[in-house]
Design a protein around this ligand. Structure first.
Ligand code: ADP
Length: 640
C-alpha cells in the first residue's frame, strides 16, 4: 500500500513529538481523551436531536484498555467517528487544526527554535501520541457509514489508510508504546493505577464516563511452596471496569472544588492559549433562566484578534451537552475577547444558529453576562490597576470601538471602563478619577490628540491648560476623539480639545490685552493670511501659546485629528479636511521679527509667515506637502 506523506507543517510537529525529550509526555492521554470527548459531544448532540440514532446521553463512554503483552494502550469512544476521507484530512494535516494556530503567531526564530516547552503549553492534539508510541493505529467508523477505515503510522515516514471492518460507530486509537530506555520508562503507561492517576489529574472533568479495567488481585484456592518450603496462597489477577473520572464539569464545581489554577489549565487546553488567563469569572445564576458560566479574560490578544479570522463566542452547553462550539450571540461585540463556556438546563437542544438571536433565554443570559463582565472589569480597575492596564493595552481598543459603534448604543456600559494617559499623573487614569481630581474652577475634561504620549506632550497647544494647573488626557489612539465625541461628557463634564478655539481660560484682563494686540496687528495678520494663500482659513493671535511661536488649530466640526484619521481612509481623504487656522504667539520673539520685517521688507515677512506655518504643521504632526519649499526657505535664512 502506498504511503502518504504528512503535510510539511505536520511533519515538523511530528518530528518534535517523536524526538521529544519533553518531561510531560503523559499529556498525550489527556489529548487523546479530549478528542474522544469532542467526538462524543458531536454524536450525543446528534442523538438527542435525531431520535433515529437510538442512543441517549447515558450510552456514551470512553474506554481505556492497557494491554501489557501487546504493549498497547487503546482509547475507544462511541463518538461520531471518521470516514476514510476524514481520517486522511484530519490526521494527515494538522496545520488547519485549532491546536496549531499558535504557529502563525510565532516569529520565524521561535518557529525554528525547537522549544519543546511549546508542546506542553498548547493542546497539541492527536500527534502527541507519538511522544510515547512507535506506532499508532486508528480504526474508525463514522456515523452514517456501515464500514470502517484504518489509519496507521509509525511516525515521520508517513501513513497508510485502508478499509476495514468495525462493528459500531466510533473510534479506537491504538498506541504501540515505545521500548523502555535508560532515561524513559514507557511501560508505566500500561499500569492501570498509573493511568488512573493521569486521568484524575488531567481529564477528571470530562463529562462522559472514562472506563478502565482496573487490575485487581485475589487469593485462589491454589497453594504453592516458596523458596523456604512454606505453603503460600496463589493470587490471581482479574479486572473490574471502573469509571475513573468524576464527570463533574469544572463549571459545576465550587471554588473550593476547582481552584483558579484548575480553571486556568482548563482554559489553556480548551482555548489554545499558552498563558494563564488574566481573570477567571465564575457565574452561577438562578432566576428567569438558570445557568452556570465559566468565563476567561485572556492575558493578551490573540495574534489574529483584530482580524476577520478571529472567531468570537462562548461554548454553549445544555445540561452538560455541548450544543454549540462558538455562540457569538452570548457576548456583546465589545466583549468579544472573552472566552468560556455557558451551561444551562433551560435551553432547548434543538435551537438553531438562526434562532439563537431571537431566543429569549439566550438574550437573558447574554444581558446578564454583559453586566457581570463589566462589573468584573471595573473591580479589576479599582483593585488591581496594573492588571487592568495590561488588560486595557490588549483590549482597550475593542472597548473604544464598542463605544463608537452603533451610534453609541453601548456608551453607558463602557464609559466607566475607559482609561486615558493623564499628563499630570504620568499614567493611564479613568474618567472618574480625572473628574474627581478636577479643581473647582475647571468645568471641562481637556484632551490633546497625538500619535504617542511623547509627541502629544510636546504639543504647544497644551501649554495654557497646563499653566492653569488642569490635567490633560492624551488621546493616542485614532479612535479616541470619536469616543469623546460620542460620549459628549462624563459625569456631566463635557470633553474639550486643547485645540479648541473657545477654550475660555483667560481672565478678563488677559482677554482685553489680547484684543488690543489683535487690533494693533490686524494688517499684519491679514498679510500672513494672504501670503499663505488658501492654506489656512484664518490667522489669529493665540491665547493658548506660552513658549511656542505658532500652532495650528481647526475651525468648525472637523478637527485636525479627524482629518489625519480620514487621510488614511480611501475615498474620504479628499472630502474630510479641517479648516485650518494658524495661531501666532504675539509674545514670542518670532512675532516681533515678523512685525519688523512686515514694516521694512515684505518679501522677508512672507518667508517668515510661511516658515511659521511650516513650524505649526510639524508640531501638529501634519504632513508637509512640499518639503522642498521648506528647505529652500531655511537655506535662504541661513545664507541671509
Ligand atoms: P484538534 O483536536 O485540536 O482539532 P487533533 O490533531 O487532536 O486536533 O485532531 C484533529 C482532528 O481529528 C480533530 O479535529 C477531529 O476532527 C479528528 N479526531 C481526532 N480524534 C478523533 C476521535 N476520537 N473521533 C473523531 N474524530 C477525531
Amino acid at each position: 500500500m502506498a504511503k502518504k506523506q504528512f503535510k510539511a507543517e505536520s511533519k515538523r510537529l511530528l518530528d518534535l513529538m517523536i524526538g521529544s525529550i519533553y518531561t510531560h509526555k503523559e499529556i498525550f492521554l489527556r489529548e487523546i481523551i479530549s478528542n474522544a470527548s469532542d467526538a462524543i459531544d458531536k454524536m450525543c448532540y446528534t442523538a438527542l436531536t435525531d431520535p433515529s440514532v437510538g442512543m441517549s446521553r447515558g450510552d456514551f463512554s470512553i474506554r481505556i484498555t492497557p494491554d501489557k503483552e501487546a504493549r498497547t494502550i487503546t482509547v475507544s469512544d462511541n463518538g461520531i467517528g471518521m470516514t476514510r476521507e476524514e481520517l486522511d484530512s484530519n490526521l494527515g494535516v494538522i496545520a488547519k487544526s485549532g491546536s496549531f494556530g499558535f504557529k502563525s503567531g510565532l516569529s520565524d526564530e521561535q518557529k525554528n527554535d525547537n522549544d519543546i516547552d511549546i508542546i506542553g503549553q498548547f493542546g497539541v492534539g492527536f500527534y502527541s501520541a507519538f511522544m510515547v508510541s512507535q506506532k499508532v493505529v486508528v480504526i474508525s467508523r463514522a456515523w452514517g457509514s456501515d464500514t470502517g477505515a484504518k489509519w496507521e503510522s509509525t511516525g515521520a515516514d508517513g501513513y497508510t489508510i485502508s478499509d476495514c471492518e468495525k462493528d459500531s460507530v466510533g473510534t479506537d486509537i491504538i498506541m504501540y508504546l515505545k521500548e523502555d530506555t535508560s532515561e524513559e520508562n514507557y511501560s508505566k503507561f500500561l499500569e492501570s493505577t498509573f493511568l488512573r492517576r493521569l486521568i484524575k489529574k488531567y481529564s477528571d472533568y470530562i463529562r462522559y464516563p472514562i472506563i478502565m479495567p482496573m487490575e485487581k488481585h485475589r487469593p485462589t484456592e491454589e497453594k504453592k511452596l516458596d523458596e523456604k518450603g512454606n505453603q503460600i496462597t496463589v493470587h490471581e489477577t482479574y479486572y473490574v471496569d471502573e469509571t475513573v473520572n468524576s464527570m463533574i464539569p469544572l463549571w459545576n464545581r465550587s471554588k473550593s472544588e476547582a481552584s483558579d489554577e484548575d480553571c486556568a489549565a482548563f482554559y489553556k487546553e480548551k482555548f489554545f492559549d499558552s498563558e494563564d488567563p488574566l481573570k477567571v469569572i465564575r457565574v452561577n445564576a438562578e432566576g428567569a433562566v438558570s445557568y452556570r458560566a465559566l468565563l476567561f479574560i485572556p492575558s493578551k490578544a490573540p495574534y489574529n484578534y483584530y482580524t476577520k479570522e478571529y472567531e468570537a463566542g462562548l461554548q454553549l452547553y445544555s445540561s452538560g451537552v455541548m450544543i454549540m462550539e462558538s455562540c457569538s450571540d452570548l457576548l456583546p461585540e465589545c466583549f468579544r475577547f472573552v472566552k468560556g463556556v455557558v451551561d444551562s438546563q433551560d435551553l432547548s437542544l434543538n435551537i438553531s444558529r438562526e434562532m439563537l438571536q431571537h431566543d429569549r433565554q439566550v438574550r437573558i443570559i447574554a444581558n446578564s453576562l454583559e453586566k457581570r463582565i463589566k462589573s468584573e472589569l471595573k473591580k479589576m480597575m479599582t483593585d488591581e490597576p496594573e492588571k487592568y492596564d495590561k488588560f486595557f493595552s490588549n483590549f482597550g481598543l475593542q472597548l473604544k470601538y464598542g463605544i463608537v459603534n452603533n451610534f453609541g448604543a453601548k456608551k453607558d456600559l463602557l464609559s466607566d471602563l475607559m482609561v486615558f494617559y493623564s499628563a499630570k499623573e504620568g499614567k493611564p487614569i479613568s474618567l472618574a478619577d480625572y473628574v474627581s481630581a478636577m479643581p473647582e474652577e475647571q468645568n471641562e475634561i481637556y484632551y490633546a490628540c497625538g500619535e504617542t504620549v511623547a509627541k502629544t506632550s510636546m504639543l504647544p497647544q497644551t501649554e495654557l491648560v497646563r499653566e492653569r494647573g488642569f490635567d490633560i488626557l492624551f488621546f493616542t489612539d485614532e479612535v479616541d476623539e470619536f469616543v469623546a465625541n460620542i460620549l459628549e461628557n462624563y459625569s456631566g463634564k463635557p470633553f474639550k480639545s486643547v485645540n479648541a478655539n473657545d477654550l475660555d481660560l483667560q481672565s478678563d484682563e488677559e482677554k482685553k490685552e489680547l484684543e488690543e494686540k489683535v487690533e494693533g496687528s490686524r494688517d499684519l495678520l491679514a498679510f500672513v493670511r494672504d501670503t499663505l494663500n488658501g492654506q489656512v482659513v484664518d490667522v489669529v493671535l493665540s491665547h493658548k501659546l506660552k513658549t511656542a511661536p505658532s500652532c495650528l488649530s481647526a475651525r468648525g466640526e472637523i478637527t485636525l485629528d479627524m482629518e489625519k484619521y480620514f487621510s488614511a481612509v480611501p475615498n474620504e481623504s479628499d472630502r474630510i479636511k479641517a479648516d485650518r487656522v494658524l495661531e501666532l504667539n504675539g509674545e514670542h520673539k518670532t512675532f516681533a521679527a515678523l512685525a519688523d520685517a512686515y514694516a521694512t521688507d515684505k518679501d522677508k515677512a512672507a518667508k517668515y509667515a510661511q516658515l511659521l506655518y511650516y513650524q505649526a504643521l510639524l508640531l501638529a504632526d501634519m504632513p508637509v506637502d512640499d518639503p522642498l519649499t521648506l528647505t529652500n526657505l531655511i537655506s535662504d535664512l541661513i545664507a541671509d
